[in-house]
Design a protein around this ligand. Structure first.
Ligand SMILES: Cc1ncc(COP(=O)(O)O)c(C=O)c1O
Length: 378
């Protein structure tokens, strides 16, 4: 028996930092035969995707890919709850909202943690981190940070992070939510213990799956630890996937099909070099255009991830984010509010299945909006 499903939809341009615009190919993969996720066919798909997850960051056989049915935050929660034993502490380096979130997760889990805080948007002072650890390292087992702080668009250095975690023999845990598959990360070189992302950002799949890439030796280390969560027990989820080729709990079935397609599209398009170069080109066009209008970026260009840019809001009585957002939204483009408390700002991301023509359309509409609303930017 066959079923025909035909649907024509509007293509939307999402300039928020994920969920990102997906290709028609990825969207189509969602429409698939109903299947019980305990069937072998689905298990084979899971096993394939777990390998593809690793390939993006050049993770070799020392690593395991683990998928969890959740938002990215769930994957972080799973790692933070599972990588600490009863008395282990986590030191979190914060320079944005997602570093702050890791602390909140630890607090809710009852995991001892402390934050070394830098201003949001400020470059991490690695000497300060080093000095702090030289006096306090015995309190902490895990060092955690955010690679690309989506709060501001700042790109934090994995190699600096890793050299500190190595120096103090700490477990290294990285939130790479909005950099994985958009910026080159090489786990053979960087050798971190946990790298975390999700299905709906630079890999350009649908929302619903958390991605964890963890060292196999690390998974061995944590297996007897006191459990702090049932659903997010990373080791139990891993074991089910490794030994039975099955998710531990009901997964978002169709999201996995779409993610598989997103990985195939990623590799066929030329892998990480091609994607990073494409995002970089889109960033340059967007950044140049916005600066030419007179918008001011929060960060210096050399600190920017080239994935997301924070612009300071113009000080002009005619400017209003809501109305600019709505003007664009009604015309198929979504932009994102800022997240830095002390500075009024908005954010433009350039990830997803976008082309130069999409950025041009965005700039044309911004130009139109500036003219119609009478905002003075210069
Ligand atoms: C760096 C970073 N960490 C964590 C998250 C949280 O991901 P999610 O919204 O999927 O829970 C985000 C979301 O934008 C993010 O950018």
């Amino acid at each position: 028996m066959k079923e025909v499903i035909n649907k024509t939809i509007e293509r939307k341009i999402l300039l928020n930092p994920g969920p990102a615009t997906t290709s028609a190919r990825v969207k189509s993969a969602l429409v698939t035969e109903d299947i019980c996720p305990r069937e072998k066919e689905f298990g084979d798909l899971l096993s394939d995707v777990r390998e593809k997850v690793k390939k993006v960051v050049n993770a070799d056989s020392n690593y395991e890919g683990i998928l969890l049915g959740c938002a990215g935050t769930g994957a972080i929660e799973s790692c933070l709850s599972s990588c600490t034993n009863t008395d282990d502490g986590v030191l979190i380096i914060e320079n944005g909202a997602y570093g702050k979130r890791m602390k909140q997760i630890c607090d809710n889990l009852g995991v001892f943690s402390q934050v070394i805080r830098f201003e949001w948007g400020q470059v991490i002072d690695w000497k300060e981190v080093d000095q702090f650890l030289s006096k306090n390292s015995s309190k902490f087992k895990v060092l955690a940070f955010v690679h690309h702080e989506t709060t501001t668009g700042i790109l934090n250095s994995i190699s600096e992070f890793k050299s500190i975690s190595d120096k103090y023999k700490m477990v290294s845990l990285i939130d790479a939510m909005s950099s994985y598959a958009g910026i080159n990360i090489d786990l053979v070189k960087d050798d971190v213990d946990y790298l975390i992302s999700s299905s709906n950002k630079c890999i350009q799949g649908m929302a619903g799956l958390g991605i964890v890439i963890a060292k196999a030796s690390e998974l061995e280390r944590i297996k007897g630890f006191k459990k702090k969560s049932f659903y997010f027990d990373l080791y139990a989820n891993f074991l089910s996937q490794k030994e039975k080729n099955q998710f531990l709990f009901t997964p978002p079935v169709q999201t996995l099909y779409a993610l598989n397609e997103a990985f195939d599209e990623f590799f066929e398009d030329g892998g990480i070099e091609a994607r990073a170069a494409k995002y970089s080109g889109l960033y340059e066009k967007m950044h140049e255009g916005m600066c030419a209008f007179g918008f001011t970026p929060l960060l210096e260009e050399k600190e920017n991830s080239r994935i997301l840019t924070t612009f300071l809001e113009p000080i002009d009585k005619n400017y209003n984010f809501e109305s600019m957002h709505n003007y664009l939204y009604q015309r198929g483009i979504t932009i994102y509010p800022g997240k830095v408390d002390e500075k009024n700002s908005f954010r433009i991301s350039n990830i997803g299945q976008l082309g130069s023509e999409d950025i041009q359309l965005f700039l044309d509409l911004i130009s139109e909006y500036i003219e119609q609303s009478g905002i003075r930017l210069k």
